[in-house]
Write a protein that binds this ligand. Structure first.
Ligand SMILES: [Cu+2]
Length: 597
């Protein structure tokens, strides 16, 4: 990590000294980081390959701030292809220019160029993370963001003795960019990972990994704050530490009511803050993670490997031959009951110091199917059995990247980049979660359709999973620029008469990523109080690549303080399409009308 300097920034400069009542205004620090993107050789599973890294490090450097600080990250691209970075869960009030998703808020930082992100923290506290947001580069380009309470403020629990960051990622043995580009071109399945890393290491349960297993040394009697990040590309994870209880106290940069558990289920994109007290016999204990697969049991092609690290007590004792494994507490791959038992316990802290602000009235309602499907393949160029491309969609629209980013087009009032007709409802109602759905519901339609919201609208979205193509799985939906409340969740089709009566409007979890359950529904609420262009999408990258994406445009609120900030002097240009990536479907706008299915 290259941390150049940190300086204090006083909101009201010298006048503060003259106005005593402003002395209580929180001080915000400003931090500066340099991130150098470059190819680095790494050997895992007995094979050496080159991966894109930040500052030669996998996972990349940690950004450390206090609540409310601002960070400038100058990204120097010394790699071979264009990349963007995203600050996952950082709301960036009024500042979509530094949010990062390619073709949504910017174009790529080209090789040999640099771009400085201004990352503005506001109410986030706990753990978040950053990652690349162009193609599948995030597989190796990611790192933690640690947000401590404001100076002088306390955690809502006893101060831990120390912190420990745990970044879990997916490892692919092949050239991931090549594999993804090829699969996207011929419409076939996207790559599956070959292992799960904990802090960059697969652990000694995997081939050729004995020497490099990540060790975490602890002192008996101390309590640690684990900051766990699921940076995996396409998998929800179970996670457990042998013989040690976990107390989950935070999630996605906010606090929750403590949950004492022996395992967690964490979706890709999510972060969890977990207290662990080292109170067991001196020895070695496996920290272990494996996939929670919400696919049907017949689907067995997922990565079955177990990623591991070792918690080791400091002190004088003889090491047992092998660390203890969490056999009894790490759920098996298909244990949907264990996944549900965990997620059903999540509640916001909702205390005086950490209140909730759940919209009680709703001004905009959307009912959105999240679905697998097929896309007509041009010129018989696809290799799949049906001759069509695999696709995924929301309300039957598969997102197509424009060639100019949506934010620039919106800000400059340019037409031809996107349309504003993202539908509030599916094109037809059918038994979304029924068995043996007719072929007529298989096709999805491509478009660059966004949803426009007025400033301060209160939005309720009910996401409805479907079983089209027998492809129902959990979809971890992620929203940029806002966190949202999980007010309801259920199995089967949403019933707009009875299900709202089950809503939790008192202490629902406040998150940036949450899974729509397989063959079920998820109801979320948020207030659109952040003007800008904000991507939202499934955080399984295979579904994101296939089109389960769209964007909100949140309009300005009529005053300077409620309007998008002016763009920075330099944004990476979109004109050089010479390095155009084909792994995301990119075209100028060519909308297809959505028929009634
Ligand atoms: Cu998905």
């Amino acid at each position: 990590m290259v941390l150049l300097s940190t300086r204090k920034a006083w909101p009201f400069l010298l006048s503060t000294f003259l106005i005593p009542q402003l002395l209580c205004v929180a001080r915000a620090d400003v931090h500066f980081y340099d991130f150098v993107l470059k190819e680095t050789n790494v050997t895992k599973l007995c094979q050496t390959k080159s991966i894109m890294t930040v500052n030669d490090s996998f996972p990349g450097p940690t950004i450390e701030v206090h609540k409310g600080d601002t960070v400038y990250v100058n990204v120097h691209n010394h790699g071979d292809y264009g990349v963007t970075l995203h600050w996952h869960g950082v709301k960036q009030p009024r500042n979509p220019w530094s949010d990062g998703p390619e073709f949504i808020t910017q174009c790529v930082i080209g090789p040999g160029t640099n771009f400085t992100y201004e990352v503005i923290f506001s109410d986030e506290e706990g753990t978040l993370w950053w990652h690349a947001h162009s193609d599948w580069t995030r597989a190796t380009v990611h790192g933690a963001i640690v947000i401590s309470p404001e100076p002088g403020k306390l955690y809502p629990f006893s101060k831990p003795d120390d912190d420990k960051i745990i970044v879990i990622a997916a490892w692919y043995t092949g050239d991931l960019k090549e594999l993804v580009d090829e699969a996207m071109m011929n419409g076939s399945d996207l790559p599956h990972s070959d292992g799960y890393t904990i802090n960059g290491e697969l652990g000694d349960l995997c081939n050729c990994s004995q020497e490099t297993t990540h060790h975490w040394y602890v002192d008996y009697g101390k309590t640690y704050l684990l900051r766990i990040i699921n940076a995996v590309m396409n998998a929800e994870l179970f996670f457990s530490i042998a013989d040690h209880n976990l107390t989950v106290v935070g999630m996605d940069g906010g606090y929750i009511k403590p949950i004492v558990t022996t395992y967690i289920m964490i979706s890709p994109g999510q972060t969890m803050d977990v207290l662990l007290t080292a109170n067991q016999s001196l020895g070695r204990y496996y920290i272990a993670t494996r996939q929670y697969s919400s696919e049907y049991a017949e689907v067995t092609g997922f990565d079955h490997s177990v990623g591991s690290a070792i918690l080791q007590y400091r002190g004088n004792y003889s090491l047992s031959s092998s660390p203890v494994f969490p056999n009894a507490t790490l759920p098996l791959y298909l244990d949907s009951g264990a996944a549900l038992r965990f997620t059903n316990q999540l509640r916001s802290l909702a205390s005086e110091d950490h209140p909730v602000d759940v919209p009680q009235d709703v001004s905009t309602r959307m009912y959105i199917t999240v679905s697998m499907g097929e896309i007509l393949c041009p010129n018989s160029s696809c290799t799949s059995v049906s001759g069509n491309k695999l696709g995924s969609s929301m309300n039957n629209i598969s997102w197509v990247n424009p060639s100019l980013d949506v934010l620039s087009a919106y800000y400059r009032n340019l037409s031809g980049t996107y349309t504003t007709d993202f539908p509030d409802w599916p094109p037809s109602m059918y038994n979304f979660t029924g068995d043996d759905l007719p072929d007529s519901v298989d096709m999805t339609y491509q478009g660059t359709k966004v949803k426009v919201l007025n400033y301060n609208e209160t939005v309720e979205i009910v996401f409805q999973g479907t079983d089209v193509l027998k492809g129902s799985v959990n979809h971890p939906m992620h929203m940029h620029g806002h966190s949202f409340y999980i007010v309801g969740i259920g199995h089967g089709n949403f019933d707009n008469e009875t299900d709202p009566k089950t809503y939790n409007l008192v202490d629902p979890p406040h998150v940036n990523t949450f899974s729509v359950p397989k063959n079920g529904w998820l109801a979320i609420r948020f207030t659109a109080n952040n003007p800008g262009v904000w991507f939202w999408h499934c955080h399984l990258d295979r579904h994101m690549s296939w089109g389960m994406d769209t964007a909100f445009i949140v309009k300005d609120g009529g005053t300077a303080e409620t309007s998008i900030r002016p763009p920075p002097a330099y944004m990476p240009p979109c004109l050089d399409m010479g390095s155009s990536d084909i792994s995301m479907q990119t075209s100028s706008i060519d909308q297809v009308e959505v028929p009634q299915l």
